[in-house]
Design a protein around this ligand. Structure first.
Ligand SMILES: *[C@@H]1O[C@H](CO)[C@@H](O)[C@H](O)[C@H]1NC(C)=O
Ligand SMILES: *[C@@H]1O[C@H](CO)[C@@H](O)[C@H](O)[C@H]1NC(C)=O
Ligand SMILES: *[C@@H]1O[C@H](CO)[C@@H](O)[C@H](O)[C@H]1NC(C)=O
Ligand SMILES: *[C@@H]1O[C@H](CO)[C@@H](O)[C@H](O)[C@H]1NC(C)=O
Length: 349
């Protein structure tokens, strides 16, 4: 096993991993008390004027199949801070795939409302605006929570004014496409959804990169992964990348201008009838594709299928500005490619 000494001041990964098991348990028990009204409305269509309030028993807006839900999730054990999010609603994990206000947790009693003139707005009990969709021209008619996990805000002519798929957080889902200029940001830790220091970006030149930023600035450091699909990548002179595509059978590729595919996560195509997929830029900087059996009762879990970089510990040595473990701890990859940080005297198996 390759061990890399690295010193850099970010939070201790090993402690955060331990904490990660507390929160989901709490969330599962909260979701069991969802009021019937949330289950009854099931065409995914949310009319203007509807709202959700952040409380213990807040309801959510479900997709027609019930696979995804939009609403508030508690952020801490006191249940006084909430995250406006979209999650897998049918699996025990209730895995969050999108969130709006990671940097501004919503106090109890905050409200998200779909309005005609301002779109989707998240307000604190003091009417402080915590988040809203980008400004737009036109009038909102309704919102749609779809079975793909995309929440869209549409005008009366069915034009999409905003979609969560075009404003990703740390996760991409099948059928989601990232255009040039698109950005996926990691969170701080498993349970802290503030913006983290890792980014996945499709640059204007068609190159897909993973890079760190120096928080609180957004200055991008040298990439620690790149797809080499830029127009001017001399050795191949191939057509440049146009989009990052995540298709229904769990394959991820860069679609070039000439429609050829540059596969990122190839593997065999799997049936979307049997599996959920997600690709998450984890808080440790590893971009990982996972699958989860759809009908697995309480036993199912997310299985990593592919990761980039394969060995984040090696990349942390090569790329300047990328530190994985806290000061003096040692980075060693787990079987799935994610790093594990241990004190210098840890005996690696
Ligand atoms: C959603 O509701 C609006 C207004 O009631 C209606 O015009 C539209 O057709 C509905 N859309 C869907 C997808 O059901
Ligand atoms: C939801 O919880 C609040 C207190 O947190 C309570 O006042 C209210 O009656 C509850 N509503 C339902 C429908 O259970
Ligand atoms: C998350 O982490 C950030 C940065 O370390 C911190 O400022 C913030 O208070 C944390 N948020 C929560 C909800 O703990
Ligand atoms: C997804 O992409 C892979 C690789 O190009 C292809 O084999 C598979 O058929 C595609 N799946 C769907 C549902 O289009």
């Amino acid at each position: 096993m390759r061990l890399v000494h690295w010193s850099c001041p970010i939070a201790g990964t090993q402690f955060i991993l331990g904490m990660a098991f507390l929160l989901p348990h709490l969330l599962v028990s909260l979701l069991i008390v969802l009021p019937i009204s949330a289950v009854a409305q099931n065409n995914g269509n949310i009319t203007v004027g509807r709202s959700l309030t952040a409380t213990d028993n807040s309801s959510s807006w479900l997709s027609p199949s019930g696979d995804f839900a939009f609403g508030f999730r508690p952020l801490n054990e006191n249940n006084d801070l909430f995250l406006l999010s979209i999650w897998f609603a049918k699996i025990p994990d209730k895995t969050i795939v999108w969130y709006a206000n990671g940097d501004k947790p919503a106090p109890r009693g905050s409200k998200v409302e779909l309005t005609a003139d301002r779109g989707l707005v998240l307000l604190s009990p003091q009417d402080e605006e915590l988040w809203k969709i980008d400004t737009f021209i036109g009038t909102v008619a309704y919102g749609v929570m779809s079975n793909t996990g995309n929440f869209a805000v549409e005008d009366s002519s069915f034009n999409k004014i905003w979609e969560s798929f075009r404003d990703p957080a740390d996760t991409l889902l099948p059928t989601q496409i990232m255009e040039k200029g698109g950005l996926v940001s990691s969170r701080q830790s498993e349970t802290n959804f503030s913006k983290g220091r890792y980014q996945l970006r499709l640059l204007q030149d068609g190159n897909l990169v993973l890079n760190t930023i120096n928080l609180p600035t957004t200055y991008a450091n040298e990439a620690y992964y790149q797809s080499h699909t830029a127009a001017d990548y001399a050795p191949n002179l191939l057509s440049p990348g146009r989009q990052l595509v995540f298709n229904e059978s769990g394959n991820i590729y860069i679609l070039r201008e000439n429609n050829q595919q540059f596969p990122l996560a190839p593997g065999k195509a799997r049936s979307a009838d049997d599996f959920y997929f997600r690709a998450t830029l984890n808080f440790d900087g590893v971009f990982t594709l996972y699958s989860h059996p759809r009908n697995s009762g309480s036993d199912g879990s997310w299985t990593p299928l592919w990761s980039e970089p394969e060995d984040i510990c090696l990349f942390s040595l090569l790329a300047s500005g990328l530190g994985v473990c806290v000061y003096n701890n040692i980075c060693g990859p787990k079987a799935d490619g994610t790093p594990m940080c241990q004190p210098p005297d840890y005996e690696w198996k």
